[in-house]
Design a protein around this ligand. Structure first.
Ligand code: FAD
Length: 492
């Protein structure tokens, strides 16, 4: 095998499709632990789930979606698009579903990865060798239940927005929603009318920005389909528009002013839209920092529903018939919906590189040790998509995947042509990159993140540079950073 890709979300699909388009003779397999492709967009099928990037940016540049119907496409539309591209580029025949990769180790002698995966029918552990290992396991992998105790004691239905189960019905049920982040804000307006009662229990107020989600007109859809240049031009225009807003992430007077103005707009929108009785619970009492502003697709208006109560009192535990909050109050529930996001641990793959070095060990003390978010010194022929510090703050993740896949395809060329046996980043280049990364994180709004951490060594989500810098770093690579080995049996 030439490539093993772990994960069939957007990132794994971009990698696989580009292999089909640009290295058509490469032999590859995608191992996906879920029973279908799509990753985030397969799991997060809760009512109201949608992307909050304009539709023209959330698709692959070489095959932009002509099938989205809304400016902010729904989960279903995105999943449909991902199935469409997978089928168009014949990815299904490379896809092994319900197959979890358990561990992988690099062999310095053979210059190959041995990947151990769980076979779906028998659950036996099997091995597959490959020249390259691509981790596309996503940044947010396991759902978090917010540390709430006693879930096993609750006898009603339990749903998590990021692992939704359609068999749990909400009709005429007493529902408790925990959380008011992006998913809590999308799910509440979509279900409140169906429920008998809905209690939303929250911890922190959020900044809500008005989001209109118009349906695309027939003329627009016709232009998308028959005038490809129109769609391409619109994508570029949006890129420039989003890029021009990057200065809001800088910790300087201009950045602070933009963030203050953004928060002011959120306050005004909240005051104009939400019921007055809830304003104390909804208006953020902190300065806008790296905490994301949430798109309001009808949430604030839905708080007017007569069967809804919004309460600022975080849940601490579940019991047989409902939940108990920090203040000791009890709320009965037939169904609890956790809108509590994902666990913040990092890499779930047990990966061993040169000389038995484990990735978990390497990152135990300092997770920012990587090069350009995609490679790790002493882990040859291994690349990550959406690795640490790779999420662009103001651009679609697909843009990021395409850039890194371009870089990977360039780096693997000499190995695929048989001129070299392996490629890895030099420890010196990694060290210099980590230094630049730290300085940039500290100079940006990310150093004040209350949601994540103040420790720069664990500040692992955001990409702190602009999208133009990401393009430059992935397309005009410093060739000295990369070391190739001709001979099997030698590495750094
Ligand atoms: C509600 C919501 C809204 C969002 N909105 C936006 C937005 O507006 N813009 C934006 O850019 N991003 C948005 N995102 C982020 C979104 O996650 C990314 O855009 C993108 O879908 C991530 O793709 P991925 O392939 O990296 O990861 P994922 O979609 O998480 O896919 C990873 C896949 O790897 C599989 N996997 C993991 N471990 C293993 C293993 N050991 N073995 C086998 N398979 C494994 C998982 O099952 C999964 O299918 C949003 C996310 C959510 C949840």
């Amino acid at each position: 095998m030439d490539f093993i890709i772990v994960g069939a979300g957007c990132a794994g699909l971009v990698m696989a499709i580009q292999l089909r388009r640009r290295l058509p003779h490469a032999r590859f397999v995608i191992y996906e632990r879920a029973s279908s492709l799509g990753g985030t967009w397969y799991y997060s099928s809760y009512p109201g789930c949608a992307v909050d990037m304009p539709c023209v940016t959330y698709s692959m540049s070489f095959d932009p979606s002509q099938t989205y119907r809304q400016w902010f496409p729904s989960q279903g539309e995105i999943l449909q698009y991902l199935h469409h591209v997978a089928s168009k580029y014949e990815i299904e025949k490379h896809l092994q579903l319900s197959t979890e990769v358990v561990k992988a180790s690099w062999n310095d002698e053979s210059k190959m990865w041995t990947v151990v995966y769980r076979e779906p029918t028998t659950s036996k552990l099997l091995e597959q060798q490959s020249k390259f290992l691509i981790s596309a396991i996503g940044q947010l992998v396991e759902p978090s239940y917010g540390g709430i105790q006693g879930l096993d004691r609750f006898t009603g239905g339990v749903l998590h927005c990021n692992h939704w189960d359609d068999s749990v019905t909400l009709e005429d049920k007493n529902v408790v929603v925990i959380g008011n982040g992006a998913s809590g804000t999308q799910v509440v307006p979509s279900i409140v009318r169906r429920t008998k009662s809905l209690v939303q229990l929250i911890r922190t107020p959020q900044g809500y920005a008005e989001r209109k989600n118009p349906t695309l007109s027939r003329f627009m859809l016709w232009m998308f389909k028959y005038v490809p240049l129109f769609l391409r031009a619109w994508r570029y225009w949006h890129f420039i528009k989003l890029e021009s807003r990057f200065s809001q992430f800088r910790n300087n007077p201009q950045g602070e002013q933009i963030r203050r103005m953004n928060m002011q707009a959120c306050w005004e929108h909240t005051k104009a839209t939400a019921p007055e009785k809830y304003l104390d619970l909804l208006l953020p009492d902190y300065e806008a920092d790296c905490k994301r502003i949430i798109g309001d697709f009808g949430y604030l208006n839905s708080l007017n529903a007569p069967n809804l109560r919004l309460i600022r009192d975080p849940v601490v535990q579940c019991e047989q018939a409902g939940v108990v909050t920090e203040s000791g109050k009890r709320y009965a529930a037939d169904v609890i919906i956790f809108a509590t996001g994902y666990q913040s641990q990092w890499h779930y793959l047990d990966i061993t590189g040169c000389k038995g070095m484990s990735l978990t060990q390497k990152w135990n003390n300092d997770i920012t040790y990587h090069y350009q978010t995609t490679a790790v010194a002493r882990f040859p022929n291994f690349f990550m998509l959406y690795g640490p510090n790779s999420a662009p703050p103001n651009m679609s993740a697909i843009y990021c995947f395409e850039n890194y896949v371009d870089l990977i395809l360039k780096l693997v060329e000499p190995v695929m042509e048989g001129r070299e046996a392996s490629v890895e980043v030099s420890p010196q280049a990694e060290e210099a990159f980590v230094e630049r990364l730290r300085t940039t994180l500290e100079a940006g709004v990310w150093s004040s993140c209350r949601q994540r951490t103040k420790d720069p060594k664990r500040n692992v989500y955001m990409y702190p540079w602009s999208n133009t810098v990401m393009f430059r770093n992935t397309h005009l690579q410093d060739s000295k950073a990369w070391v190739y080995h001709k001979d099997v049996g030698k590495s750094l």
